[in-house]
Design a protein. Structure first.
Lengths: 141, 168
């Protein structure tokens, strides 16, 4: 579908807005609806959209497998690392209150990093599953 | 929604089943918005209608697009699901009214959540990431495990002795 002008133009318009919207959902999740899980899925959806237009091979060049696999693992590590940071700073595991100079600030910081971790893992897993399924029967490209 | 479910059950073409389930997810998302559960609605629209439709299409690409005829009549599974549904409806009759302020779930920990000592305006995020941090860590681990499972099952073994070991 690479040569379809309409799809290409619409994709060029849509994909950046999808990614920006994902960032908004991610970082505005404290104030409005959203959070790490939704943001991760939206990023993955944007990249899958790219793959539908330009083909999986081009997408794998853009977002290589090693990056995706690193994302899968590093999200959980970020989350667990936030817990460990709380432990090292003298609180309980996953106790964010000690991460900042006052408890509320610490909570905000902890929630921020936890959401980053969730988004990373979710996006990585979705992309990995998509790659795995599409690369098995690669008769289209 | 009932129409799309019936159509999913009746039709034998898996492609239309996938499209219909995507439509079902969007309808479900609108219902959730109407119930003021915007976070869940967003997830439903993104995961149910977006990603899983694409994943199912990818899976459909690998197999035949026509559902096989069932080997025997579906009366026993139908009876089981109807019985389960009836049981759930019967159980739901015992729940407190929708939006009832005296319902038990509003009496125990919810006042503390609503007082919102972490001062995050979105209570859902506060509950998910802070009060229930362990749960969310577990959920992230579940997602991670699912990804690792898919990798382990579907990865094509690279031919060659150097990649054959330690490559799960």
């Amino acid at each position: 579908m690479r040569n379809d002008l309409v799809l290409r133009v619409v994709g060029r318009l849509m994909i950046p807005s999808i990614l920006i919207f994902a960032l908004y959902v991610q970082f505005h999740g404290d104030f409005g609806p959203g959070g790490g899980f939704q943001a991760g899925v939206i990023v993955a959806a944007g990249i899958v959209f790219y793959a539908l237009i330009y083909g999986v091979t081009a997408t794998r060049r853009l977002v290589p497998d090693c990056v995706v696999e690193t994302m899968v693992a590093s999200g959980v590590l970020i989350y667990a690392g936030v817990g460990l940071a709380g432990l090292l700073l003298g609180g309980h595991y996953l106790d964010y209150s000690v991460l900042g100079h006052d408890p509320v600030h610490g909570q905000h910081r902890g929630i921020f990093w936890v959401e980053v971790g969730v988004a990373t893992t979710v996006c990585g897993v979705m992309l990995k599953i998509f790659y795995m399924f599409t690369s098995r029967g690669n008769s289209e490209d | 929604m009932a129409i799309s479910v019936l159509a999913i059950v009746v039709t034998r073409n898996l492609f239309s089943v996938i499209v219909l389930s995507g439509a079902y997810s969007f309808l479900m998302a609108t219902v959730l918005v109407a119930l003021d559960a915007v976070d869940v609605a967003m997830t439903e629209a993104a995961v149910g209608a977006g990603i899983s439709t694409v994943l199912l299409l990818g899976a459909l690409h690998l197999c035949k697009s026509l559902e096989a005829k069932p080997a025997h009549k579906p009366w026993l599974p139908l009876a089981v699901s109807v019985a389960t549904g009836a049981l759930l409806v019967y159980g739901a009759l015992g729940l407190p009214d929708f939006g009832d302020p005296d319902a038990p779930i509003h009496k125990n920990v919810v006042p503390r959540y609503m007082k919102n000592e972490v001062e995050v305006p979105n209570v859902v995020t506060a509950v998910l990431a802070s009060f229930r941090g362990y749960d969310t860590l577990g959920e992230t681990t579940v997602v991670f495990t699912a990804g690792v499972g898919v990798i382990a099952l579907l990865r094509r073994r690279k031919q060659g002795p150097e990649k054959a070991s330690g490559d799960a």
